[in-house]
Write a new protein. Structure first.
Length: 254
């Protein structure tokens, strides 16, 4: 596979980076990323994932655009209110870069259908807002041997973790949060509030991690540190990280 003249021009600023180069850009064009959730995380993340030239994108969200989304979900505008996020997101990608292959699902993710959505993907980026969905996605990723980036944001804090629980020594997302959150009982940004730019910081950091994860095995990009969670603090501002050990009793990956 090679890049056409117009693709060489489009991705010139990537290609001159020795960590990516032409070979890396070609590799990105051959990758399949599943993005679950097109809200505060998924909306800005999608813009940079598409701009990176990731060749195949599966976009998953069953929600519709509301006026209160526009403060942080940069993919949408006032005319989109009341319309499905997945359909709008596909239209945006198709206009932004017609060369990308985009499929959508506007059904809510459950433990029953999560496997079908992630199977065959190179990477899943989860930007959903409840633990039940996150755990269903994590379990499906482990079963289908797909690495997972999990990103979350609230108030002035963000969190981005990289998990490869299908590997014998690596933790999964369930190792991180445990089993107590299988119910949909987490706080929402409607209750807690969220700085819009904070969602953008977490989302773009997750997009950066996605590019690293997709290129690491085959290029000059440093390998991603699986099992590491980054905490972003927008009030200081500051970033710190810690490692998650594999739980030998985890029902998701052990």
């Amino acid at each position: 596979m090679s890049l056409s003249e117009d693709r060489l021009d489009r991705f010139a600023r990537h290609i001159v980076l020795p960590e990516i180069g032409g070979a890396g850009q070609v590799a990105l064009a051959g990758k399949h990323l599943v993005l679950v959730g097109l809200g505060g995380i998924g909306s800005p993340a999608l813009q940079y994932l598409a701009a990176a030239g990731i060749g195949r994108l599966t976009l998953v969200d069953d929600d519709k655009v509301e006026a209160s989304n526009l403060q942080r979900q940069t993919l949408f505008n006032t005319r989109d209110i009341g319309h499905g996020k997945a359909v709008i997101a596909k239209r945006w990608v198709s206009t932004f870069d017609p060369a990308l292959d985009v499929t959508i699902s506007d059904r809510r993710i459950t433990s029953e259908n999560a496997h079908r959505l992630v199977v065959g993907a190179d990477l899943v980026l989860d930007g959903t807002d409840n633990f039940a969905t996150r755990l269903a996605i994590s379990d499906a990723c482990v079963a289908e041997r797909v690495p997972l980036l999990s990103a979350a944001v609230g108030r002035f804090q963000g969190q981005v973790g990289a998990f490869a629980g299908h590997l014998p020594t690596e933790a999964c997302y369930r190792c991180f949060v445990g089993d107590a959150f299988d119910a949909e009982d987490c706080d929402t940004c409607a209750e807690e509030g969220m700085l819009g730019a904070m969602a953008g910081w977490a989302a773009t950091f997750a997009a950066l991690q996605a590019v690293r994860a997709l290129l690491g095995p085959s290029g000059n990009m440093p390998d991603i540190d699986w099992g590491r969670v980054y905490l972003l603090d927008g009030l200081k501002p500051d970033m710190r990280s810690f490692a998650i050990a594999k739980d030998p009793a985890c029902k998701g990956c052990s």
